[in-house]
Design a binder for this molecule. Structure first.
Ligand SMILES: N[C@H](CCC[C@H](N)C(=O)O)C(=O)O
Length: 264
C-alpha cells in the first residue's frame, strides 16, 4: 500500500489514498506505529482520503496516538493538496471532515486556503488567569504571554502544555494548548507554540490552534487577516466577527508540501 508524507508548516502527516477502502481504520496500533518517529514513518497524524457522494472526497483523521480525533486544519490543507496531486480536484475542493463540510482553494503558488467551520465567541477558560477557550473544529486553550511572563522561545511548552491538557477542567477528552507572544504592533505576526492533544507534545504548528489564536487576538486589537508565526512557518487566518461575538467566513491559509512517498 502506497503512502505519501506531507507537512503544512511542519505539522506532518502520513496520507493514504484509501478510495478502495482497503485500510483498516480500527487498527489503532498500526496507525500509531506508522506515526512513530523511530519505528515508523513518523508523523503528527495519519489521514485517509476516501470517496463520498456529494463531495470531492472525505477526510478521515487520526492523531499520532492512533486514535481518531477532531478536525485538523493543517491536515485538511495537506489533504486538499494531495487531492490535486491525485488529479481528483483542480484548484477548488469541497470535502467532508469530522466537523462537517469544508471548501478549499489552491493558489498558483501552492498555498492552500481552507474554510473553517463557524466558531462561537471565545469563553473565559476555567484554568489560567486571563486564558480563553475556543473550539475551531478541535478544542483549544489559548494563553497570551504578557510582557512580565517568560519569552515564548524559553517556555517549557511540553510541561506547561501538558499540565493544562490534562487539567480536570477539561475532563477526559482534554484540550490542545496554545501559548502566544503578543507583538508590539498587532499588524505584526503573532508568535504561537502549541502542545497538541493526541500527539502529546509540541508540534511545529497547529492549524485549528492558530485559528483559535487569531480569533482570540481579535479581542486584543488584531484585525483580519492575522498572520501567525509558528516554529514550522507562517500561517494566515482571515475571518469575519459577527455582532454576537462569534466568527464566520474563517479561512486558514498556508503551504502544504509533499515530502516523499513509499510503500507500507
Ligand atoms: N491534535 C488535535 C487534532 C489535530 C489538530 C492540528 N494538527 C491542526 O492542524 O488543527 C486534537 O486532537 O484536537
Amino acid at each position: 500500500m502506497t503512502f505519501h508524507k506531507y507537512h503544512g508548516t511542519g505539522n506532518d502527516f502520513v496520507i493514504i489514498d484509501d478510495r478502495a477502502m482497503q485500510f483498516d481504520e480500527t487498527d489503532h496500533a498500526r496507525i500509531a506505529h506508522l506515526c512513530h518517529r523511530r519505528f515508523g514513518i513518523g508523523a503528527d497524524g495519519l489521514m485517509l482520503l476516501r470517496e463520498l457522494t456529494g463531495y470531492d472526497f472525505e477526510m478521515v483523521y487520526f492523531n499520532a496516538d492512533g486514535h481518531p480525533s477532531s478536525m485538523c486544519g493543517n491536515g485538511g490543507r495537506c489533504l486538499v493538496a494531495f487531492a490535486k496531486y491525485l488529479g481528483i480536484v483542480e484548484d477548488d475542493a469541497h470535502f467532508l471532515a469530522v466537523d462537517g463540510p469544508h471548501d478549499a482553494q489552491i493558489e498558483a503558488d501552492g498555498t492552500v486556503r481552507l474554510k473553517m467551520q463557524d466558531v462561537a465567541m471565545p469563553r473565559r477558560a476555567s484554568v489560567g488567569e486571563g486564558d480563553v477557550f475556543l473550539h475551531t473544529g478541535s478544542p483549544h486553550h489559548v494563553q497570551f504571554l504578557g510582557p512580565a511572563k517568560m519569552p515564548l522561545a524559553e517556555l517549557d511548552v511540553f510541561a506547561a502544555g501538558q499540565a493544562i491538557r490534562y487539567h480536570q477542567a477539561y475532563g477526559p477528552a482534554g484540550t490542545n494548548v496554545n501559548f502566544v507572544e503578543v507583538p508590539a504592533d498587532s499588524r505584526q505576526p503573532w508568535s504561537v507554540r502549541t502542545y497538541e492533544r493526541g500527539v502529546e507534545g509540541e508540534t511545529l504548528s497547529c492549524g485549528t490552534g492558530v485559528t483559535a489564536v487569531a480569533l482570540a487576538a481579535s479581542n486584543r486589537g488584531a484585525a483580519s487577516p492575522v498572520r501567525l508565526r509558528t516554529p514550522g512557518g507562517e500561517l494566515e487566518v482571515a475571518f469575519n466577527q459577527r455582532p454576537d461575538g462569534g466568527f464566520d467566513n474563517i479561512w486558514l491559509s498556508g503551504p502544504a508540501v509533499r515530502v516523499f512517498g513509499g510503500e507500507i
